[in-house]
Design a protein around this ligand. Structure first.
Ligand code: KE4
Length: 421
């Protein structure tokens, strides 16, 4: 058997961990087969427990913009850990880190560090609800903001009605406070906000969506979102957990010229360690405990090893802005070659891209959901067999890192031509 150790480990894992994994998508349920167990990574490549090597386009789902085991990152982890792994007390580095985020993303006038994107989005929503003194929130179908109860919600019977849970365990009453609208649908957004603004505390959105696969905003979508929320006292929350520091040193909010009220960050800012953040307008963030009444806390928030690692990654990106041009160029080469295969549509935003197995344009969840996921599963397995490790779901983004080379991309394109037949 080719990957004997991974198979054996997966059987052991299934007896002690739900689905054998610590996050559902890793179980390969959407693509079939058993997941290889990864033993190490270096640059753009990973090696599984059976010694098989892959060009990696998951990159830990986004954090590894510099690739695996970058020397600056490894050094930061080692040096910080040698000084102790956690204190539960303020450190100088947390202040430097918060100042770096604020300087890179000026809309983040104040910042709170947490340990995951879920925590960042959950906390931002709580702050927005306290600030607006309203309970309702708006999210968009196909966008994912972590697994907090209020966000595990799908559209109710009608687009502008309140939502219903997507998961057991989420109270209907809570899900009922969330409206789920179609992404990029300005008309429905407009009518919903005009009718229900008195009930709505916040709108949370991925400014470039990555969780239905990559879907770009229509030119008028974000500006209209900002205009409507500003007009009705609704907090606009940009979930930049994927896009933060991905396409530029800062948020995509800078590229789009939109100033949200709150921003959520994660992934890249932690360099692969558990570190996320939320922040925004001072009058909203001043509501957060201990200075304000909105409670939010965390044993490992601002963890010194994670902060040292995040600082190392962000300082490297700041000192090497050419990284962004390079990963955009590699993304363009790969995206154009995939589109030329004629097996589907490619959406790309810089170094983020998705090959959708569908004929039509993908502009929202409904058009993404129409993809041939079985065809994607066959393609995925074909690529894996040829040493290319893609995100194991049609509805995820491929991540190109600064460690990828032109050779890696050409190898990927060759594999895609064969797997796509
Ligand atoms: P975490 O709680 O997984 O750190 O972040 C949640 C989150 C929030 N916002 C956005 C835009 C996100 O993409 C995520 C998490 N992304 C998924 C993959 N698309 C993480 C992978 C996983 O769930 O295992």
């Amino acid at each position: 058997m080719k990957n004997r150790i991974s198979h054996r480990m997966f059987s052991r894992a299934l007896r002690v961990i739900p689905g054998g994994v610590n996050s559902p998508v890793r179980a390969f349920g959407a693509v079939g087969g058993n997941p290889p167990f990864i033993a190490s990574g270096k640059g753009a490549r990973i090696v599984d427990s059976d010694g098989r090597r892959y060009v990696d386009y998951v990159g830990s789902w986004g954090p590894l913009i510099l690739g695996h085991a970058h020397p600056a990152i490894v050094r930061a982890v080692r040096e910080a850990a040698a000084r102790g792994t956690s204190y539960g007390a303020p450190t100088e580095a947390e202040v430097e880190f918060a100042e770096l985020l604020r300087d890179a993303i000026p809309s983040m006038e104040m910042v709170r560090l947490v340990s995951s994107g879920t925590e960042a989005c959950m906390s931002a929503l709580r702050a927005a609800r306290a600030f607006a003194r309203r309970d309702g929130i708006v999210k968009f179908a196909g966008c994912y903001h972590g697994h907090a109860d209020s966000l595990l919600v799908k559209a109710g019977s009608g687009a502008a009605t309140f939502g219903v849970p997507t998961s057991p365990g989420v109270p209907r009453e809570l899900a009922g406070k969330t409206i789920v609208l179609p992404y990029n649908d300005v008309e429905t957004l407009r009518t919903t906000v005009r009718r229900r603004w008195r009930e709505i505390a916040a709108v949370i959105v991925e400014p470039v969506a990555g969780n239905m696969g990559v879907v770009l905003p229509r030119p008028d979508f974000l500006p209209e979102l900002r205009r409507l929320t500003e007009r009705h006292g609704i907090a606009l929350i940009f979930d930049e957990v994927i896009t933060g520091f991905r396409a530029t040193f800062g948020g995509v909010q800078k590229l789009f010229g939109i100033r949200p009220d709150l921003t959520c960050l994660g992934k890249i800012i932690g360099g692969g360690l558990p570190l996320a953040a939320y922040g925004g307008r001072r009058e909203i963030m001043s509501l957060i405990s201990p200075v304000g009444p909105v409670y939010q806390a965390g044993t490992l928030s601002g963890n010194p090893v994670a902060v040292a690692t995040g600082l190392a990654q962000l300082r490297y990106l700041k000192a090497h802005p050419e990284v962004y041009r390079r990963i955009d160029g590699l993304g363009a080469r790969l995206g154009d070659a995939l589109a030329a295969l004629g097996v589907g549509r490619v959406n790309r935003f810089g170094s983020l891209l998705t090959l959708f197995f569908t004929d039509g344009a993908v502009t929202d969840w409904d058009s993404a959901a129409g993809c041939d996921t079985k065809a994607f599963g066959r393609f995925f397995r074909g690529m894996l067999e040829r040493g290319v490790y893609l995100p194991p779901s049609q509805f995820e983004a491929w991540f190109v890192s600064a460690a990828h080379t032109e050779r890696d991309v050409e190898e990927t394109i060759r594999a895609a031509r064969e797997a796509g037949r």
